[in-house]
Ligand binder design. Structure first.
Ligand SMILES: Nc1ncnc2c1ncn2[C@@H]1O[C@H](COP(=O)(O)OP(=O)(O)OP(=O)(O)O)[C@@H](O)[C@H]1O
Ligand SMILES: [Mg+2]
Length: 484
């Protein structure tokens, strides 16, 4: 069977960035000896956990370990998710990093184990070496003839190296590719013969006096020597999941964009595994074990946990990182309680790293970093007020107030946020403690406040179905989330 690993159209996706909760995190902020710097790459404090994360990353980068798991455990807003984001940034661009929230596994379109399998395979890269034929040279002339209606185009491309010159006939597709890259005479280009992809390497030195065809950032390169047609080795990394989807006949590669991949047949996966193993033996491919991060892992249920136990022992397993803010909690789908809501046999296989609440100094620095990220100027005394608010309420609440206070400051046409603006924001938005207090004061006026006596008795944990799900959720959140 022929197994495809690329699709030219997969590459042209651009990303848009907004300021998110973790957009200030640019890495783990470690030095070469993996010692955490006090304040670097957007990371502050939490030294032990960052160092532990760095050590694990080192192992991943050396590609030596597979099938290990670690767990970040600690109270809410102590940087578990932030550290995982930092790890993702530190990994090279071709090491896959997949991030899921445990509740994503419970979807209607596929089974829990299929969802987990896909997440696992998304986190395993295959680095493939291939020889392709390319055309490389300096464009001498492009000539395009349009038919009268404009529907079809034909043309000729003259291309040269220092040693030879050749004329190629162009079809509509090639003409479109060339005009998309804005290729002009005097550009040095390569054309991949199998995919037809055109890449512009720069402008020829010989043309450096042609000012009209240049921008400020024009790159000049030498006209290539030798043959126009060459064989070139290219290396590209795809994930096992991408190979699965591209080769699954019912889905096709378009499903990769829609994210709606449905279930993939086990036979196909087996075929792909065999093929990849063959490639490895022939030296054509290497496995790049990546990282799978499962946030809020206590939301998985017992079936998922036992799947994880088994999947971690597979040869093609990534490094699995989990995070949980639960203390002793009920394992979803059972009547048993266990640390972090994870069964003991799984806990036994993971390295546990705990994150601790931040000191005042750390909080102050995190606030400063966030202000820079959100482009907000805080007056010095507003900064200390916000820090003490963070210590009394939560770090997240304080971080959320920054942008609210800025809007209030802007309304009075000030460009600095003062204590007064923070105070107003504080009165507009409640933190969790005040909200609970308010609920108590409002007793009886809100709908559905109490869980009745009858609801307290649960079934044996029918996870994911109607009523059972609702009651289970409220019970766990209600009396067990606060264990820390
Ligand atoms: N060490 C840190 N340096 C800089 N920013 C941090 C640090 N730790 C946390 N933050 C920021 O504080 C906020 C809360 O942290 P985060 O979301 O990582 O908490 P968490 O431990 O995942 O909490 P939860 O258990 O509620 O999911 C985020 O905006 C995060 O980017
Ligand atoms: Mg989190």
């Amino acid at each position: 069977m022929q197994i495809a690993t690329t699709n030219a159209e997969l590459r042209d996706i651009t990303k848009m960035e907004r300021i998110g909760a973790h957009s200030h995190i640019r890495g783990l902020g470690l030095d070469d000896r993996l010692e955490p710097r006090a304040n670097a790459q957007g990371m502050v404090g939490q030294a032990k956990a960052r160092k532990a994360a760095g050590m694990i990353l080192k192992m991943v980068q050396e590609g030596r370990i597979a099938g290990r798991a670690m767990l970040f455990a600690g109270p809410p807003s102590t940087g578990k998710t932030a550290i995982a984001m930092g790890m993702a940034q530190t990994l090279g661009s071709d090491v896959p990093f997949t991030m899921i929230a445990a509740s994503e596994v419970f979807s209607l379109s596929m089974s829990k184990t299929e969802a987990l399998t896909q997440a696992f395979r998304r986190s395993i890269g295959v680095r493939i070496r291939e020889e392709t034929e390319i055309i490389e040279g300096e464009v001498v002339e492009i000539q395009i003839d349009r038919s009268l209606t404009g529907a079809t185009k034909t043309g000729k491309l003259t291309i040269k190296t220092t040693d030879m010159e050749t004329i190629y006939d162009l079809g509509t597709k090639m003409i479109d590719a060339l005009s998309k890259e804005k290729v002009l005479a005097g550009d040095i280009i390569t054309i991949d013969k199998t995919s037809g992809k055109v890449t512009k390497l720069g402008r020829s030195f010989a043309r450096s006096r042609d000012y009209d065809a240049m921008g400020a950032d024009t790159k000049f390169v030498q006209c290539p020597e030798g043959e126009i047609q060459k064989r070139k080795e290219i290396v590209h990394t795809v994930t096992l999941h991408e190979i699965d989807v591209i080769n699954s006949r019912t889905q096709g590669f378009l499903a990769l964009f829609a994210g709606d991949t449905g279930e993939i047949k086990p036979e196909l996966r087996n075929q792909i595994n065999t093929k990849v193993a063959e490639w490895r033996e022939e030296g054509k491919a290497e496995i790049v074990p990546g990282v799978l991060f499962i946030d809020e892992v206590h939301m998985l249920d017992i079936e998922c946990f036992s799947f994880l136990n088994r999947a971690l022992e597979n040869e093609l397993a990534p490094l699995v990182i989990m995070a949980s803010n639960r203390g002793m909690a009920r394992i979803r789908g059972t009547r048993f309680r266990s640390p972090h809501g994870l069964p003991i046999d799984l806990l036994d296989r993971v390295l546990i790293v705990s994150t601790k609440p931040y000191t005042e100094e750390d909080v102050q620095q995190i606030i400063q970093i966030r202000c820079q990220e959100e482009d907000v100027t805080l007056a010095p005394d507003a900064q200390s007020v916000l820090t003490s608010m963070a210590l009394q309420t939560t770090l997240r609440y304080a971080l959320n107030l920054i942008s609210c206070a800025q809007i209030i400051a802007r309304k009075r046409k000030a460009d600095k946020v003062e204590v007064e603006d923070l105070r107003r924001a504080y009165t507009y938005f409640m933190d969790e403690k005040r909200s609970v207090q308010w609920l108590k004061e409002q007793q009886g006026t809100l709908v559905f406040e109490e869980i009745g006596a009858g609801d307290e008795e649960e079934g044996d944990g029918g996870v994911g179905k109607g009523k059972a799900k609702g009651t289970e959720q409220s019970k766990v959140d209600g009396d067990e989330a606060m264990d820390y």
